[in-house]
Design a protein around this ligand. Structure first.
Ligand code: ADP
Ligand code: MG
Length: 309
C-alpha cells in the first residue's frame, strides 16, 4: 500500500521477516564538492552516536568516506566485491566505530562499472548484497559518486529514500529541479518506490540575505509539489542546515568524524541535531506502524517534522 501523498515508509528490514526495520538513504547529487561525503560520514557517525545501528556504504571510487573514517582502502574485501558477488557482502563489512559499520570503497571500484555492465541484474547488485544484512541496521547511508553511472544506479535501486546535500546558492533551484527530474526518471526504471525526502543544506551561510532567499525558494518549490504524485511530493529542506565550519574540512585528514575531531564545533552540533531530527521522525513513524507489513504516513509540511529542538 502506497498512499500518494507520502514519502516515508517502514518496510520489513529483510526478506526473512525480521522484526528489525531499516531506513535506507542514498545521499546523491551529481555535482561534486557539495558536501555529500561530509554529510554521509558525519550524519552516520551522529546516528551511531545516538545508539542507532548504522551502515555506511561508500560507493565513490575516490573512497573519501572510507578515508574519512580512517580506514585505508586496501586489499580487504570491499563494496566492489559485494557488487560482483552479492552473497559475499557480509565479508566486506567492517566495524568502523561503535554502532557504525562500513562497506568500504576501493580505487578499483571504478572498474566495477564496465565489469557489471553486461549483467542483466547490474542495477540490483547492491540490493541483493544488502538484503541479508539489513536486519542488523536501523539506518543505511550510501555515499554516491558525482555521476549517474552504475554505482549510483545501484544506490538508487537499493534505497527507499534519496536525500540531496547541496548549497543554497543562486543556481541551486535550477539544479534541484533537474536533479529531482533525474531521480524521477531513473526511479521509474530501477525503483518505482523511490522517494526524495529532502535536501540538506551544506556549507550554509545563514547570515546572507541571498541564502535566505534561496531557502525560501526551495521551501516554495517543495510546497508546490504537495498535491502531486511526484517523488518529491513530501520533500522538505531538512533543518538545521549545516553551517560552514572549517573543522568539518579538517577532520577527514585525521581520519576522524567531526564528533571525534571537534565535538564542540558548530559542525558537530549541526550534524547531531540533524541526526536527532531524522531519528525523531523515524521513531514516530515506527511507533505508528501497526501490524501491517508496510505502513506509510504523511510527512509534516515544509520541514516542520524534521526541525530540531
Ligand atoms: N559544512 C562545511 N563547512 C566547511 N567545509 C565543508 C563543509 N562541508 C563540506 N566541506 C568541505 O567541502 C569539500 C567538499 O565536500 P565533500 O563532502 O567532499 O563533497 P562531495 O562528497 O559532494 O564531493 C571538502 O573539502 C569538505 O571538507
Ligand atoms: Mg564525495
Amino acid at each position: 500500500m502506497d498512499a500518494p501523498a507520502n514519502n516515508l515508509s517502514v518496510s520489513p528490514a529483510n526478506a526473512g521477516g525480521s522484526a528489525g526495520l531499516t531506513r535506507t538513504i542514498a545521499l546523491m547529487n551529481q555535482k561534486g564538492g557539495v558536501g555529500k561525503t561530509t554529510t554521509t560520514v558525519n550524519l552516520a557517525a551522529a546516528l551511531a552516536g545516538e545508539g542507532r545501528r548504522t551502515l555506511l556504504i561508500d560507493l565513490d571510487p575516490q573512497a573519501h568516506a572510507t578515508l574519512h573514517l580512517g580506514i585505508e582502502p586496501g586489499d580487504a574485501p570491499s563494496v566492489y566485491d559485494a557488487l560482483l558477488e552479492p552473497a559475499s557482502a557480509g565479508e566486506a563489512v567492517r566495524e568502523a566505530r561503535a554502532n557504525l559499520d562500513l562497506l568500504p570503497a576501493v580505487v578499483d571500484l571504478a572498474a566495477a562499472e564496465p565489469e557489471l555492465a553486461p549483467a542483466p541484474d547490474r542495477n540490483r547488485r547492491l540490493s541483493m548484497a544488502l538484503a541479508p544484512l539489513l536486519s542488523r541496521y536501523e539506518f543505511v547511508l550510501m555515499d554516491c559518486p558525482p555521476s549517474l553511472g552504475l554505482l549510483t544506479l545501484n544506490a538508487l535501486a537499493a534505497a527507499r529514500e534519496v536525500i540531496i546535500p547541496m548549497q543554497a546558492h543562486f543556481l541551486a533551484l535550477q539544479g534541484v529541479g533537474r536533479l529531482m527530474e533525474t531521480v524521477r526518471v531513473v526511479g521509474q526504471t530501477v525503483n518505482p518506490r523511490l522517494r526524495i525526502s529532502g535536501v540538506i543544506l551544506c556549507m550554509h551561510e545563514e547570515t546572507s540575505r541571498h541564502t535566505r532567499e534561496v531557502v525560501a525558494d526551495l521551501d516554495a518549490f517543495f510546497d508546490q509539489a504537495r498535491e502531486t504524485d511526484l517523488p518529491w511530493r513530501s520533500a522538505r529542506v531538512f533543518r538545521p542546515p549545516i553551517r560552514r565550519n572549517i573543522k568539518l574540512a579538517e577532520a577527514p585528514s585525521f581520519g576522524q568524524t567531526i564528533m571525534e575531531y571537534a565535538p564542540t564545533a558548530p559542525g558537530a552540533a549541526d550534524y547531531r541535531l540533524l541526526a536527532q531530527a531524522l531519528i525523531k521522525e523515524w521513531d514516530g513513524l515506527k511507533s505508528r506502524r501497526g501490524s501491517a507489513a508496510e505502513v506509510v504516513v504523511p510527512t509534516a509540511k515544509a520541514g516542520a517534522g524534521a526541525r530540531a529542538g
